[in-house]
Structure formats: C-alpha cells, structure tokens
Design a protein around this ligand. Structure first.
Ligand SMILES: [Zn+2]
Length: 304
C-alpha cells in the first residue's frame, strides 16, 4: 500500500499541485491562478483548493511546497520575493498551516527544480550541480555532494546577484552590474526596449535574433557571453559537474548552443570533462515534483 504526498508549486501567477506516491510516481496534477493581487486569504484558498483537487479523495501524509524567495524555518516566513512581496507577509505560512491537516515543508522553487532534475537525470552521474530558473527573475538551486545545499540561512546559490561589471546596469537589488540585470526575462525585455524601442517578451526578441535584427543580436550575443562567465564563476568556486536550466526563458535554444564556448574558455583549474548545460528534463512539472520530494523526505521515503 503506497504512501501518498502532495507537491505544490506556488508561483506569482499560478499555483500547481500533484499527488505523488512513495516511489516518486505522479498520479494527478492540476493548476489554478494564485491571484496574489486579491490578497492572502484568496491565495490560501487557491492553494488549499488545488491541493484538494490533486488529492482527488486520496489520503496523504505530508505536503511539500516550492515558493519564490527564501524560507527561514525559525521564523516560518519567506524573504526575498520581489515579484510577489505579499508572500513575505508575516503570518502567511502560519495561516496556511492552520488550514492543513498534515505537515507542510517549504523550500525555494529553484531548490525544488534542482531536486527534481537531480533525481531525473543526475542520480549516479552528477553529484554537484546547479539548477537555474530563468523567468521574469532568476533563481538558483545547488546540489553538492548529492545533498541539497541551503547555506547557513537558506539563501545559498544567489549567483545572479554577483557583479559582472562594477559600473554596469543597476539591478533590482540596488547593486550595479549584477548578472541578473542582464539575463532575467524582465532584463532582456528592458534592454530591448532601450535598444530596439519596442516592449517585447524574451521569446519574441529571440525570433528577431533569428532574422538578424541588430538590437536583438547584440543583446543575445552579450547575454550568452555574460551567462558563460557567470556559470564559469560558480564552477570555479564550487567545482560543479553540470548546470540545468528551467523556467520560461530557458526555452531559448541559444543558451545551449553558444554559452558552452564562453564557459569553457573561462573555467580554471584541473582538467575535467566538459560541463554540460542541460535543459530541465521534467519541463514544467519539475516544480511540483521537487516539492513533492520534500514531503517524501518528511515521511522518511527519500533522503537528500
Ligand atoms: Zn542584484
């Protein structure tokens, strides 16, 4: 008789849930709008409804949830969620817990991506990886020595807020030249507005790149170089074996075609195999899958 858990992926626009058994099989999956603009009560209603629908009457033992920002267990609170500041409200997580009958475990959404991809493609092959979500913003998750690495406070891996140019673009965090101020979906969009004069999504700007639009070419050539340098920095620091990209902006093929050449030329240290840059294998189900693994760990069915 398998033991069941729920995985929840809470995003800025949607909330998704899945029902998973202790052998890591997903049985049901569904999503709904998260509606943060309608207030916390509505967000909590949306989360509990999506859980109930995913469970479809099946009993379950724990819930894992991936969220933007950093979860601090001692305060039971989220920090650093600039695109959805309402999630940082004190008491939000406590209120959600009070509506649930089973333990709730919370982790950053990029850490969930890292966990999901670790089990999907890295197990037995790569023990040291970084997973990167490239969407409106960027998020990072680290698996080191086959374990999820959170750092002292849960904020490990924020390499996007390292500067690649001390006099560079102003980042949302207040620093100059952060890689994220060039590479996130909103940054690419902003750079094209400045250079090409139009407000377009990263995917549309990539289409213009393909027909040799000059501003789009400049932005993507520069972005591939910056991404290569950024990844080389963290590989030099942590001696990683693979990098995995997820999130909407990760669908742009250029990252896989061009970034490796910049990366390879900037890696320092002993000879090693080429570091692959891989597209998330589980696609858009990696968020809920990684979150459900948190719950499996909670019930003792998984160790990481
Ligand atoms: Zn920054």
């Amino acid at each position: 008789m398998p033991n069941y858990v729920i995985g929840v992926d809470l995003g800025g626009t949607k909330v998704e849930a899945c029902l998973m058994d202790s052998d890591r099989n997903i049985h049901t999956r569904n999503r709904a709008p998260s509606e943060p603009s309608l207030g916390l009560d509505q967000v909590i209603d949306n989360i509990t409804k999506v859980i109930e629908t995913a469970a479809s009457g099946q009993e379950f033992s724990a819930i894992g949830m991936g969220t933007p920002g950093t979860y601090i267990p001692s305060e039971d609170k989220l920090y650093g969620s600039p695109h959805t500041p309402i999630y940082e409200t004190p008491g939000f997580i406590g209120l959600l817990r009070s509506r649930l009958d089973v333990p709730l475990v919370i982790e950053n959404d990029a850490n969930c991506l890292a966990l999901a991809e670790y089990y999907a493609v890295c197990l037995g092959k790569y023990s040291h990886i970084m997973a990167v979500i490239i969407g409106t913003g960027m998020g990072y998750g680290l698996i080191l020595n086959d374990k999820l690495y959170r750092g002292a406070r849960g904020g490990a891996g924020e390499i996007g807020h390292t500067s690649i140019d001390l006099n560079g673009r102003l980042c949302e965090c207040g620093r100059h030249g952060c890689a994220e101020a060039y590479l996130s979906g909103s940054s690419i969009r902003k750079r094209y507005r400045e250079l090409g004069g139009k407000d377009l999504e990263a995917a549309e700007i990539y289409k213009l790149y393909q027909v040799c639009d000059q501003p789009a070419m400049k932005i993507f050539e520069e972005s591939c170089m910056i991404m290569g340098e950024l990844f080389a920095n963290i590989i030099n620091a942590l001696d990683l074996q693979a990098i995995i990209l997820g999130g909407g902006v990760s669908n742009i093929p250029l990252w896989y075609e061009k970034v490796p050449q910049y990366l390879e030329r900037s890696i320092f240290g002993p000879p090693r195999d080429k570091i692959p840059i891989l597209k998330a294998k589980l696609g858009d189900s990696s968020g809920v899958a990684g979150a459900a693994y948190l719950a499996l760990r909670e019930i003792g069915a998984l160790e990481f």
